[in-house]
Design a protein around this ligand. Structure first.
Ligand code: GTP
Ligand code: IMP
Ligand code: MG
Length: 357
């Protein structure tokens, strides 16, 4: 059984949180990180402790599975080794020997030249450019990584062949794809489920489930002019956003535009960059398109509690409350696919699981 988790909008949809949930609930034997590299920032809360991870999969919260980084993912050795310490998973963490390496020169170049796009400055774009030019170093050449270097596709396919469960955590979101996103305001590679398969060396015939994750609203970091933040008029015309603005102001978020007040209230600040995220209403057209291209079999909605605080921590449909349920139904209706996992809080346990119902 192979399941892949991808982002359906512009990243930061809460993939890390959903992977942490699935890692515990479904108890896979192997969990692989796919995606671009350390530009990702996956935040999870487990039993009151917060982790912000950029290389090691959030599935580490289950102490049993092997944790792998696929060949397509860029590895920053310093970040990888530090996260092994933080998550205490050195005895079960692996990187593919062919992962390309992010070096200091890549981070310097990204910080110096990424301003136009508003990159994360993590060095991913320049490192992928070196990879395409076939001058990047690979993990197998790096002494500090020698204890962790393996052939990830061999291990993963052996696991699949012997009937084990494999979970794949992608990064970023569909709207950031080099192929399908708002070019040039995109990341340095495709971010769809097919590329996540290629990243870890799994053939498309072997995939059972594709989980596409959406937030109950949308957020965007970086300088993408195609994603329009909520204007003061949008907020005034929509009951939900008017309520959010009142709550933001009641809670002391009084500076800037309506969008900035709401973003601050929602805690929408980049995990890697610390930059405030733009807030926008749920983009149904993009969501439909990304479900299609990703071949979604399961749709997950996160951060429902941020819009409807009464549903915080709910684990059953009954506990969501009418307004939150109506929002879920509206999105389901627009997408034409049932929502099967609903996240109601930052903790890995805050999930309504409707799979198989
Ligand atoms: P990228 O790979 O960087 O795109 O990250 P991601 O999809 O893993 O998301 P990220 O962790 O960057 O952002 C999601 C944020 O929302 C984090 O701060 C999570 O802790 C938080 N979060 C996720 N799900 C929920 C939820 O249901 N409710 C609340 N309140 N917070 C959530
Ligand atoms: P890069 O991937 O650092 O080159 O950044 C390119 C674009 O993708 C910028 O708009 C970034 O803000 C965005 N981006 C990259 N990674 C993430 C992510 O994990 N979450 C949200 N946005 C991201
Ligand atoms: Mg993030």
């Amino acid at each position: 059984m192979v399941s892949i988790v991808v982002g359906g909008h512009y990243g930061d949809e809460g993939k890390g949180k959903m992977v942490a949930y699935l890692a515990v609930k479904d108890d896979p034997d192997v969990i692989c990180r796919a995606g671009v590299g350390t530009n990702a920032g996956h935040t999870i809360h487990v039993d009151g402790k917060k982790y912000g991870l950029r290389m090691i999969t959030c599935g580490f919260v289950n102490p049993k599975p092997d944790l792998m980084v696929g060949a397509g993912v860029l590895v920053d050795p310093e970040v990888f080794l530090n996260e092994i310490e933080v998550t205490d998973c050195g005895d079960r963490a692996y990187v593919d020997r062919r992962c390309a390496i992010i070096e200091k020169k890549h981070k310097d170049a990204d910080r110096a030249g990424g301003g136009k796009i508003g990159t994360t400055g993590s060095g991913c774009g320049p490192a992928n450019a070196d990879r395409v030019n076939r001058v990047a170093k690979l993990a197998q050449e790096i002494d500090e990584l020698k204890d962790y270097v393996v052939d990830v596709p061999m291990k993963v396919n052996e696991a699949i062949d012997s009937g084990k469960e494999v979970l794949v955590e992608a990064s970023q979101g569909f709207g950031l794809s080099l192929y399908y996103g708002n070019y040039p305001y995109v990341t340095s590679k495709d971010t769809s489920a097919s590329t996540a398969c290629a990243d870890v060396g799994i053939g498309p015939t072997r995939v059972d489930e594709v989980y596409v994750i959406y937030k109950a609203y949308m957020s965007r970091v970086g300088k993408d002019p195609y994603v329009k933040p909520l204007t003061d008029e949008d907020v005034a015309e929509d009951e939900l956003w008017t309520t959010m603005l009142s709550r933001a102001e009641e809670n002391g978020f009084l500076e800037g535009s309506s969008n900035e007040k709401i973003a601050a209230y929602l805690g929408e600040v980049g995990t890697v960059t610390g930059r405030p995220r733009k807030i926008a209403a749920f983009d149904m057209e993009l969501a439909k398109y990304s479900s299609k291209v990703n071949g979604a079999t399961q749709v997950c909605l996160t951060c429902l509690d941020k819009l409807f605080p009464k549903c915080y921590g709910a684990t059953t449909l009954e506990k969501l409350g009418g307004e939150a349920l109506a929002h879920v139904k509206k999105i389901e209706g627009g997408l034409g696919i049932p929502v099967s996992l609903i996240s109601t809080g930052p903790d890995a346990k805050h999930v309504v699981d409707l799979r198989g119902q």
